[in-house]
Write a protein that binds this ligand. Structure first.
Ligand SMILES: Cc1cc2c(cc1C)[n+](S(=O)(=O)[O-])c1c(=O)[nH]c(=O)nc-1n2C[C@H](O)[C@H](O)[C@H](O)COP(=O)(O)O
Length: 499
C-alpha cells in the first residue's frame, strides 16, 4: 500500500518500547528500533535510552548528519511513519539558563557592531548554548597552547617598506592549484550544528561568496553529500579525514570524496586520540556521537564530553607506513594536517605527500605543543637550506584572528592559513551573514595592512618584512622570591617606625 495509506505508528505503542530490551525512538516523524544498535552506538547506549519510546529529533540533529540512519541502521529496523499528534510533547521543564540565554539573544549587538573576529567570539560566548560554547571554545588540559597559538603572533613584528606603489592590491593566491581570493581557508571543525541548526552548509555558502576553500570535516553534523551538494559552480572543497580503524570504511570515504570532486585530502595526524578538553567534559556533553564510523560496541565514557563520544573509531595505529596506501587509493593531493616539527616535514616530503598543515589542532590536543607559526619559523629556514621550500605546500593554522596574522604567516613562508573558531563563532551568533562579515573584515584588514607594509600582492611577502626573533622565546615568569620579600625591610628613614 502507498506509504500514505500504511497505518501510522501511534505514540502509546512506541512508548512501550522504552528499555534496553526493546528500544524504539522517533526521529523526524519516523520510528526506529535501535535495540540491537545500543551497544554499537559510539556515544554509548545511555544517551539513546534517555529518549527510548520518545521523540529524539532535537537531540539527534546537531550531532548526526541526516543520512546517518539510512547509512548505519539496517532497513529492517526502520519501522515507518509515526502519527506525531499522538507523541507527547517533551515537557522540558523551564530551564532558567535557557530563559536567561534567550534574554541575552534579544540584547545581542547588531552584526554591524562587530568590527573584528574577536567581537564574534565575545557575542557567541553570551548567546550560545553552554554545551556548544564549551565544545567550540575548549582546548586541551590547561589551554596553554590554545592561548599560545594567538599570542605567538604578538612576538612577530613588521619591518614595513615605504614608497612602494600600493594603489592596486591583489590578495589572491592559489592553494593546491585552486585560485582563491585571499590566502585563508575555512578549516575542518566538527559538529557545526552545535552552533547553528543548518551546520556546515553555512560555511559552504560563505566560502563560495568569498571564493575561499572549505575543508569538510569527517565529523561534520551535515552529511558529506549535503555539503558537496551545497557547493555552487566551480567552488572547491577539501576533505579532512580521521582515519578509521576499519580501512575499508576509510577507502570508501576517500574515493567517494574524490568522485564528488574534492580537490585535497587532509589526513589529520595529530589526533590518535582526541584531547582532553575539560570545558567540554564539564558541560557533561549528554548528546550522542556524530556520524562516526564506529565498529566497536564498547561502552564510551561520555563524561569525556563530545570529543571522546564521537571519536572512538579513530585509528591510533596510523603511521608513516600507511602513507603509500593513501597515495595509492586516490589522485587527490594528500596533505598531513597536524605536523609539528621540521623532522616530520622532511619525512612528509620524502614520503611523497603534497603538503602539510603545521598545526596543533587549535590547542585541543597536546598541551604545550608549540604554535603553528612558531613551527613554521623552524621549518622554512631548514627547507630553504635544502632548496626544498617549494617541494610541498605548507599551511599553518591556530590562533589566526587578524589579517596581520595571515600576512606574518605568508612572510615566513606559508602558502595559506586555516581559520577555525572565528567562523564557528560568527556562524553561531549571526548565521551566514556573520561568516560573510567575518570573511569580509579579514579581506578589508588584509588590503589595508598589505598597503602599510608596502606590498601590492601576496607573492611579494617575504621573511625580510618581519622580525620573528622573539618567536622561540617562551618567557616563563621568574618566580618571585616571596620569602625574602616578606622579611625585606626598605631603608627606614630615621625616626620612622618599622610597621
Ligand atoms: C575549534 C575546533 C577545531 C577542530 C575541531 C572542532 C572544533 C570545535 N575538530 S575536533 O572536534 O575533532 O577537535 C576538528 C576535526 O574534526 N578534525 C580536524 O582535523 N581538526 C579539528 N579541529 C582543529 C581545526 O581544524 C584547526 O586546526 C583549529 O581550529 C585552528 O585553530 P583556530 O580554531 O584557533 O583557528
Amino acid at each position: 500500500a502507498p506509504a500514505s495509506d500504511m497505518k501510522k505508528l501511534l505514540g502509546d505503542e512506541i512508548s512501550k518500547h522504552n528499555s534496553r530490551e526493546s528500544c524504539w525512538v522517533v526521529i523526524h516523524g519516523k520510528a526506529y528500533d535501535v535495540t540491537d544498535f545500543l551497544p554499537e552506538h559510539p556515544g554509548g547506549p545511555k544517551v539513546i535510552l534517555k529518549y527510548a519510546g520518545k521523540d529524539a529529533t532535537d537531540e539527534f540533529d546537531p550531532i548526526h548528519p541526516p543520512d546517518t540512519l539510512d547509512k548505519y541502521l539496517d532497513k529492517s529496523k526502520h519501522l515507518g511513519e509515526v502519527d506525531m499528534s499522538t507523541i507527547a510533547e517533551e515537557q522540558s521543564d523551564k530551564d532558567p539558563d535557557e530563559e536567561e540565554r534567550q534574554e541575552r539573544i534579544k540584547e545581542m549587538p547588531t552584526l554591524e557592531q562587530c568590527f573584528n573576529l574577536a567581537d564574534f567570539e565575545a557575542v557567541a560566548r553570551r548567546v550560545m548554548k553552554k554545551t556548544s560554547w564549551a565544545y567550540y571554545s575548549s582546548g586541551a588540559d590547561d589551554e596553554i597552547t590554545m592561548r599560545e597559538n594567538h599570542s605567538a603572533f604578538h612576538k612577530i613584528w613588521f619591518r614595513p617598506r615605504v614608497l612602494v606603489d600600493v594603489e592596486n592590491i591583489d590578495l589572491s593566491t592559489t592553494m593546491l592549484g585552486t585560485r582563491v581570493d585571499i590566502p585563508f581557508y575555512a578549516t575542518a571543525t566538527a559538529l557545526g550544528k552545535l552552533g547553528h541548526p543548518e551546520g556546515e552548509v553555512i560555511l559552504t555558502r560563505a566560502a563560495k561568496k568569498h571564493n575561499v576553500i572549505q575543508m569538510i570535516p569527517t565529523l561534520a553534523s551535515c552529511s558529506f553529500d549535503e555539503l558537496v551538494d551545497a557547493r555552487q559552480g566551480d567552488q572547491v572543497q577539501w576533505l579532512q579525514l580521521y582515519v578509521n580503524k576499519n580501512r575499508d570504511i576509510t577507502k570508501r570515504i576517500v574515493q567517494h570524496a574524490e568522485n564528488r570532486g574534492c580537490k585535497g585530502l587532509f589526513i589529520t595526524v595529530d589526533a590518535p586520540q582526541l584531547g582532553r578538553r575539560e570545558k567540554d567534559m564539564r558541560s557533561k556533553f549528554s548528546d550522542t556521537g556524530s556520524d562516526v564510523q564506529s565498529t566497536s560496541g564498547d561502552e564510551i565514557d561520555r563524561s569525556q564530553g563530545a570529543a571522546r563520544a564521537i571519536s572512538s573509531f579513530i585509528d591510533p595505529s596510523l603511521s608513516w607506513k600507511d602513507i603509500p596506501w593513501f597515495l595509492s587509493i586516490t589522485n587527490m593531493p594528500v596533505i598531513l594536517k597536524g605536523v609539528q616539527r621540521v623532522e616530520d616535514v622532511i619525512r612528509a616530503i620524502e614520503a611523497g605527500v603534497h603538503g602539510v598543515v603545521l598545526s596543533n589542532h587549535g590547542g585541543r590536543q597536546l598541551d604545550f605543543a608549540r604554535s603553528g607559526i612558531e613551527i613554521l619559523a623552524e621549518v622554512m629556514p631548514v627547507l630553504r637550506e635544502r632548496g626544498w621550500e617549494n617541494r610541498i605546500e605548507i599551511y599553518v593554522d591556530g590562533g589566526i584572528r587578524r589579517a596581520t596574522d595571515i600576512i606574518k604567516a605568508l612572510c615566513l613562508g606559508a602558502k595559506g592559513v586555516g581559520i577555525g573558531r572565528p567562523f564557528l563563532f560568527a556562524m553561531s551568533a549571526y548565521g551566514l551573514p556573520g561568516v560573510d562579515r567575518a570573511m569580509q573584515l579579514l579581506k578589508d584588514e588584509m588590503a589595508m595592512n598589505m598597503r602599510l607594509i608596502g606590498c601590492s600582492s601576496v607573492d611579494q611577502l617575504n621573511p625580510s618584512l618581519v622580525d620573528s626573533r622573539g618567536l622561540g622565546v617562551h618567557t616563563a615568569t621568574v618566580p618571585r622570591d616571596t620569602l625574602h620579600l616578606s622579611c625585606y625591610d626598605p631603608l627606614v628613614p630615621p625616626g620612622n617606625k618599622i610597621t
